[in-house]
Design a protein around this ligand. Structure first.
Ligand SMILES: [Zn+2]
Length: 140
């Protein structure tokens, strides 16, 4: 019985991994999540609802930043209001905007700017801390 359960679990994990790597969508989420991960699931289930809201917003980019707001028809343009140089994506806001909250980033993480690869390695707790400190990822 246990070996059947283990085999089913391994099969499910393999299928999840195949689907995750096979999809060409979810660019932002793939920056933060490398595939199905039980430790990430356990972490997500252990945090407060408010923190989960921030984390999901950051990972999926479904958050009140101009790129997403333009995509859903709320704003006319997606340019960052702080630097007026690039689209206000989560990557830009969190790690690359020259005008955005650099002091908060340096306090929370100790460095700025960050590449997409570096941002993908930031601990979720630090992303949540930054999100709360920025005031931009609050629930409506
Ligand atoms: Zn900017």
């Amino acid at each position: 019985m246990c070996s059947m359960r283990a085999a089913a679990r391994a099969c499910a994990h393999s299928e999840q991994q195949r689907l995750w790597t096979g999809y060409t969508t979810c660019r932002q989420a793939k920056m933060f999540l490398k595939g199905p991960d039980l430790a990430v699931t356990r972490y997500a289930l252990s945090i407060r609802r408010r923190d989960m809201h921030c984390l999901v917003g950051i990972i999926t980019e479904h958050v009140a930043l101009n790129r997403h707001l333009k995509l859903i028809g709320v704003k006319d343009n997606s340019i960052c209001p702080l630097c007026s140089e690039k689209e206000e994506t989560a990557l830009h806001f969190l790690g690359q905007c020259p005008a955005a909250l650099v002091t908060i980033w340096q306090r929370v993480l100790g460095t700025h700017p960050l590449t997409a690869l570096e941002l993908g390695k930031v601990k979720f707790l630090n992303l949540i801390r930054f999100a709360h400190s920025s005031g931009r990822f609050t629930a409506p």
